[in-house]
Design a protein around this ligand. Sequence first.
Ligand code: G6P
Length: 445
Amino acid sequence: MTKGIKIATIGGGSSYTPELVEGFIKRYDEFPLSELWLVDIEEGKEKLEIVGNFAKRMIEKAGLPIDVHLTLDRREALKDADFVTTQFRVGGLSARAKDERIPVKYGVLGQETNGPGGLFKGLRTIPVILEITKEMEELCPDAWLINFTNPAGMVTEAVLRYSNIDRVVGLCNVPIGMEMGIAKLLDVDHSRIHIDFAGLNHMVYGLDVYLDGVSVKGEVLQKLADPENSSFVKNIDGIGWEPEFTQALDALTCPYHMYYYKSKEMLDKTIESSKAEGTRAEVVQALEKDLFELYKDENLNIKPPQLEERGGAYYSDAAVRLITSIYNDKRDIQPVNTMNRGAIASIPDESAVEISCVITKGGPVPLAVGDLPVAARGLVQQIKSFERISAEAAVTGDYNKAVLALTINPLTPSDTIAKQVIDEMMEAHKEHLPQFFQEKVTVNK
Ligand code: G6P
């Protein structure tokens, strides 16, 4: 008998897991999964049990022969896996709350994946993902690593640069969220919309957008002036774009661009909302509490609609559609994070980019775009440099590199402020940043 398909999901106790399970159920005909291993750490044990038992009920309801295993032993889960999906959060939501709150004291944006928050999430996450890739080399050398852990672009960059794994794909829900949002704006089915994506994670542009193969970019750009239409994710409130700006840029922006092209408004908004309702991490903590209460209900066996209040909606669709296409060598087009290999001229060939790719059994093949619009190039290069230097700091524990990374980030007003923010955040996250408090290592870049 041939071995069935095995998936290991690291951070399996996440409240997002039912999304993923729903995705596997929906696509079972094309992707006959036989073992789903949900892995977590000791601190996440209770959540793992709750969400894992709920996953078992969802699968039972669907009547599918998928075995769900819950474990705290990552090695056992990785052994002979075909796909490894990663969705963990080092330090949990309380670490995210610090990333969001501390920078604001210094007048700098506090956000999960941008500016100082993105840097520190990367510093905590990258050493862990590199441990996982080492274990994969030993226990499942042919497996694909599908990473959703943020900052997904920086994490993919680090895996490409510092691990021996080349079967890695970074995944984000922003592109699929943009497609869904535009389909809604135009009141058409999602399947009729196609966007040519190119850029970086949380900094991706839609170079063109088509309805049934015909460009509707002009019409869509006009609609982005309406605040209601300018964000496609639940975690960011839109502020309408100036039509002169979007028309001249001649490309669709993603919701995260608001932090860069509307820095002042977004900083003010973040300060206001964190005073009124707490940081996004705190809002999400409350949402999670309710979600886990729901998941505990023995009678619940389908994904509850409340999960859609999280910014990561459609993750399952994006993830399972990607895994299914790799498995079946589908050669369809999907936006993912992968090695550039010349697809965007102004980004190094070996760096991670987020771009529309043909998905084959050999992995994503990026569709070359030539280059980004001249107005977008500089910012994208600056963020790529920030990601590279941040990844290097994460691996080496070099404090000066962390200061350098934050100083060159466009959201930071000065090197002195960068250093002050870093000092407070290093102390606050000390237990998850051992590399900065031990003897240093040297790496080849
Ligand atoms: C998005 C991003 C994800 C992020 C999520 C946060 O849309 O693409 O990378 O994890 O929002 O959502 P949350 O509900 O946790 O604020």
